[in-house]
Write a protein that binds this ligand. Structure first.
Ligand SMILES: *[C@@H]1O[C@H](CO)[C@@H](O)[C@H](O)[C@H]1NC(C)=O
Ligand SMILES: *[C@@H]1O[C@H](CO)[C@@H](O)[C@H](O)[C@H]1NC(C)=O
Ligand SMILES: *[C@@H]1O[C@H](CO)[C@@H](O)[C@H](O)[C@H]1NC(C)=O
Length: 458
């Protein structure tokens, strides 16, 4: 049994399969014991169960050696990822029925070939944003310590919400000349490549927290294969782990459609927070890009990126698209859930939440016809963006909240959006919050290999 436990820990995604193999073996073994007892002598029976055990053992060893290669290709039962409270939680009873969530039909354009960005599509609110590149401050007696997110004061934070020509904090802040790096360092050849991208699909795995899932190649058009950059950000540890998992890069260094980009000197010890850098700051990482699609590593892309841009942005005339949460709509519920599952240091959650309430965050009111969003809680694992001024500003503001407070971005989403709207009532932000079932239609969902969450006390 010890072996069984260890093996399933190595194979979180195959737990269902392996578990059911074990269970059905046990059923056969004990379920028919009476009949067999009459037929066979005890010795034969013992030998038989020994061989059966050996067979299962060999099967488990086989699975643990080859799981990297066959990961995710088989079991249809995992198509519907049961993203519920019970998933990361030790407290929830196992028997508790998990709600299932299904994809819905999405009316994508039939063919990618006729898709062109509509004329005047980028006619959104115009202004010019600059980003703080370097800080050189001395605080009283304290030694100044450079930070990736910089040292934004509350006053600067307040001003940063205005949609106008200005220079704001948006990550990638360096310290004084000669000071150590603040992190997220990339190789020059990768930077050169990223500067050429006009349409980007990106994702990340830091700290070996997940498996690599390649976009389903036959669902991606030749046009997109030629014109879209598929970039997977990885740290060196994860890159090393991938080859152990059996991923071998092709001649051009790609894993399928993914081009791996190595990130050195991760800016945060919290991997979840580090993951927010590529998630929110694609306009900084890909300065020439007009569009980007963010995909959490738990998802395998199964839809052409051009069809995604057409459906979520061009057709709707929107500059930012994100799905709502499948279950929760109110930040109050999200706070409770985060604490219930010990997702983060409770004191830090409270500090953030109290701050937001004192600055106007209200409960979500589904009965209000003028509610500015269909939900105050997003499912942020899939984001479609035009790199327009408002979209870039919102991304920077949201990132700054994650940098200042907790890394739980569902807690800061609605606050950031609502504050941006009320600071700029006459400057529209074309925002598309779509249904979670639409997100499920685009991708195949898996469980994370491991929960990325830090222990509760962090
Ligand atoms: C662009 O937007 C402005 C302001 O929203 C509007 O007045 C103008 O007609 C639009 N131009 C085009 C070509 O759509
Ligand atoms: C903002 O900057 C743009 C170009 O960077 C300039 O054309 C525009 O006039 C500026 N707007 C204001 C209000 O200063
Ligand atoms: C939790 O967060 C609070 C406030 O940010 C901090 O003061 C405290 O040290 C943290 N607790 C632990 C155990 O890290």
């Amino acid at each position: 049994m010890t072996l069984f436990r260890q093996t399933t820990e190595l194979l979180p995604e195959r737990r269902d399969n392996t578990g059911s193999v074990i269970r059905s073996y046990e059923r056969n073994e004990y379920g028919s014991r009476g009949r067999r007892g009459r037929r066979f002598s005890r010795a034969i029976r013992r030998r038989l169960s020994f061989w059966m055990f050996l067979l299962v053992l060999l099967f488990l060893i086989y699975m643990s050696v080859f799981h990297g290669k066959i990961e995710g290709e088989t079991s249809p039962q995992r198509d519907i990822y049961q993203e519920t409270s019970g998933l990361y939680s030790k407290e929830q009873p196992r028997s508790k029925q998990r709600k299932q969530h299904f994809p819905c039909d999405v009316g994508f354009a039939e063919s990618v070939n006729e898709l062109v960005e509509p004329k005047d599509y980028m006619n959104f609110t115009q202004f010019t944003l600059g980003y703080i590149e370097r800080e050189d401050i001395t605080y009283g007696h304290h030694k100044f310590e450079p930070r990736f997110g910089g040292h934004q004061t509350l006053e600067e934070r307040e001003k940063s919400f205005y949609a106008k020509n200005q220079t704001i904090h948006c990550g990638f802040v360096k310290g004084p000349e000669g000071s150590p790096t603040t992190g997220f360092d990339l190789y020059e050849k990768d930077k050169e490549y990223m500067n050429t991208c006009h349409i980007v699909v990106s994702s990340c795995i830091f700290g070996s927290s997940d498996f690599l899932r390649r976009p389903t190649s036959r669902k991606i058009s030749d046009y997109s294969k030629r014109n879209v950059c598929f970039v997977m950000f990885l740290d060196e540890q994860t890159m090393a782990k991938l080859s152990l998992d059996g991923h071998v890069p092709d001649d051009s260094g790609h894993f399928g459609l993914w081009r791996p980009v190595i990130v050195r000197n991760l800016p945060y010890t919290d991997m979840r927070r580090t993951g927010k850098v590529p998630k929110f700051l694609s306009h900084r990482l890909f300065p020439s890009a007009r569009f980007s699609i963010w995909l959490d590593s738990k998802m395998r892309l199964q839809t052409d990126p051009m069809q995604i841009l057409e459906y979520f942005l061009w057709r709707k005339g929107s500059e930012y698209a994100i799905s709502n949460h499948y279950d929760r709509h109110c930040v109050w519920e999200e706070v409770l859930q985060n604490k219930r599952l010990n997702k983060y240091n409770h004191t830090a959650i409270d500090e953030q939440f109290v701050f937001y309430q004192s600055d106007g965050l209200t409960k979500f009111d589904p009965s209000d016809p003028d509610t500015p969003l269909p939900s105050y809680v997003p499912e942020g694992s899939f984001i479609v963006r035009a790199h327009s001024p408002m979209s870039n500003l919102f991304s920077c503001l949201w990132f700054n909240e994650v940098d200042r407070f907790t890394s739980r971005d569902q807690l800061s989403f609605a606050y950031t959006y609502l504050k941006l709207r009320r600071t700029n009532p006459d400057k529209p932000f074309f925002f598309n919050m779509f249904k979670d079932c639409e997100r499920r239609a685009l991708v195949k969902l898996f469980r994370h290999r491991t929960a990325m969450d830090p222990p509760p006390h962090l």
